[in-house]
Each structure stands twice: as C-alpha cells, then as structure tokens.
Design a protein around this ligand. Structure first.
Ligand code: 3EB
Length: 331
C-alpha cells in the first residue's frame, strides 16, 4: 500500500532500513537533503514556515521500480506510478507552450508504462501571478494544460484529477503526478463551481482539475483533497482577510468530506484516519493569523506542513490540500 509521512531528514535512515517500506519519492521544501537517498527526490522552492524542517516521504510495501532521467523520474509499483517532471523554461518560449509539451509527454509516458489514469497532480512554477506577453503566467499555464488534456485525456473533463497549482520562488515548471493502472473517482464540491467550468473571466481556458479524488486498493481508500481556497461558486471571498479566508476554506473542505461520504459511504473525518495536510501561505507574516484560524479544525489533530507559496489568484492568501488514508475497511 502507498504510504506518505512527514519526517525530519534525520529520520530517513530508519525508513530506508524498514523492510516493508520501499521508498518511491522524497519531497523537500526549500532545502537540499543532507545525504543521498535511494529514490527520486523532488525539491520545491517553497520554504517551510514554522516547526522543524520536514520532508515528505512516499513509500510502498510492494516492490518498487525506479526510472530516472535528466528531466524527471518515475517510481512504480504494480498499481501506482509517482512521477515528477522538471521543465526548464527556455527564453522566447511561452509558459503555455512549455506546459503543453510537458503534459503531452506526461500523458504519453503514463500510458506507455501502463498507468493511464491520472489520480493526483501537483504543479509548481515561479512568478505564477507575473505577466508574460500580456497574459498572467497562471493563465498561460492553464491554456497549455487544457490543450494537452483535451487532446489526449479520455473522458475530459470528468476524468480530471485533483490538483494543486502553487507559485515557487524559483525553479523550473515542476509537475508531480500520481497515475494508476485502475481508474479513480473524481469529486466536485457542491459549494464551488467545477474549476473546469469557470467562466472566461479567469482566463481564456479554464483550470483543468477536480476538487477531490478517491482511489481504492483492496483494503483501503484514499481521499486526495485538491488545493482548496476561499472560493464560493467561482468568486473569491474575503479579499485581504486571511483568517476569514482560512475559515471559508475549511467550509469547502468540510463540504468535500461530505461529498466523499455521499459518494463512497466512507467517513474520512473519523479521527483514526491517517491524514496529512499542507497549507500554502502567500506571505510568512500571515502565518500566525492563519494558524490561529485553523485551531479547533480537522487540521489541529493531524500533521500539517505550512509552506510559503503564491496562489493562483492574486487575492488568495492561503490554500489547503489534504490526503486521508482510510485503512482496512471491507468493501
Ligand atoms: C481554485 O479553486 C483555486 O489550477 O490546478 C486550486 C487547486 C487552484 C488547483 C489548478 C488551482 C488549481 O480555483 C486555485
């Protein structure tokens, strides 16, 4: 089974010594790993805010096959593939063209490897709110992603997976993805318009992602909650008010849990569920207020990493994503 943990780098040798935890990927935030590791690493220039530095460690109890190339890596078990691509932006090439090429390659590769179903995607690139030749870079990214996915993803848009798109301080366009041999179930949020149905006010092509995705293995299910922000319908709420944005985001997450229960019958909010959250915060000085607003929420009883990153609408000050693992139920 696929497992994810937040650990201190010093704890990594103990993971590598576990006989039933084969490392698939390690994600680090704003720093390099002190020692070499036996699996692909994904370095994101998203500085961690608060707490001791953590890394995100993906492992499986099943045998893992790893393929690393100059521009990326893939780690696979028989049912899931974790990949990461690094796409350097070339002078004179627009971000939509770079994104289009990356996504086309991604789809082609997951298909060729036998994992044609997209489960979860994270997109990271610098200057997300910056302008490139008269269009915001996030909107250019959406144009390229939309073009590749409409061309080559079967059952677009209902097969779109949960996703995150966050602005880094530096680096290439990085696309991190989970793809499966079997299809997943993608959810909407009744409080929010599907992003793939946003009106053109938000860019010439809509953002191609689902609000959440549920994957099932033999005896467990996983709920991936996409980057969730203070948006109701398609409108941003509480401009300039970080605590209010955090509370609105919690209402959206609550609605996703409700929808997941409606669709699967599983209550992902039960306290024994293994749960991990990430909170992306636009400015470190917003952290104390946002953390306060998240006290007494589902986040307070689970591991949370706060990261400094830019969000895809200028007025958004924070965004939350989650992963909930529901173990050993009988279906
Ligand atoms: C939103 O709901 C907020 O473009 O992949 C959140 C998660 C957001 C993913 C994406 C964008 C994306 O529209 C922004």
């Amino acid at each position: 089974m696929l497992d994810v943990r937040y650990l201190r780098p010093a704890e990594l040798p103990f993971v590598f010594a576990e006989s039933d935890a084969h490392p698939m990927a390690i994600v680090s935030f704003g720093h390099r790993l002190p020692d070499p590791v036996p699996c692909p690493t994904i370095m994101l220039d998203l500085p961690q805010i608060g707490g001791s530095p953590l890394v995100e460690v993906w492992t499986s109890d099943k045998p893992v096959t790893i393929r690393e190339t100059v521009g990326g890596s893939m780690a696979m078990t028989n049912d899931v593939l974790i990949g990461s691509f690094r796409l350097d932006e070339q002078p004179g090439v627009s971000l939509d063209a770079t994104t289009y090429a990356g996504y086309r390659d991604l789809l082609q590769q997951v298909r060729a490897m036998g994992y044609p179903h997209l489960w979860r995607i994270w997109n990271y690139f610098p200057h997300i709110n910056g302008d490139q030749d008269g269009l915001e870079r996030y909107r250019r990214f959406c144009v390229g992603r939309h073009q590749a996915l409409t061309e080559s993803l079967a059952d677009f848009p209902t097969s779109l997976p949960a996703a995150t798109a966050v602005g880094t301080r530096s680096g290439p366009l990085q696309i991190v993805f989970l793809a499966g041999a079997q299809p997943a179930t993608h959810l909407g949020n009744p409080r929010q318009l599907n992003a793939y149905e946003y009106p053109e006010d938000y860019g010439p092509r809509s953002p191609s992602f689902a609000r959440a995705t549920i994957t099932r293995a033999e005896h467990d299910a996983r709920l991936y909650i996409a980057g969730t922000a203070s948006i109701v319908g398609h409108l941003s709420q509480h401009t300039g008010l970080p605590m209010e944005q955090a509370r609105e985001t919690l209402r959206n997450i609550h609605a996703v849990f409700h929808q997941a229960k409606h669709v699967t019958g599983l209550d992902f909010t039960e306290p024994q569920r293994r749960t991990l959250y990430k909170v992306y915060v636009r400015e470190p000085n917003l952290f104390p207020d946002i953390r306060r607003a998240l006290q007494d929420s589902p986040l307070s009883s689970h591991p949370v990493v706060f990261l400094e990153g830019d969000l895809c609408r200028r007025e958004l000050l924070m965004e939350i994503e989650g992963l909930i693992i529901a173990e050993s139920f009988s279906s």
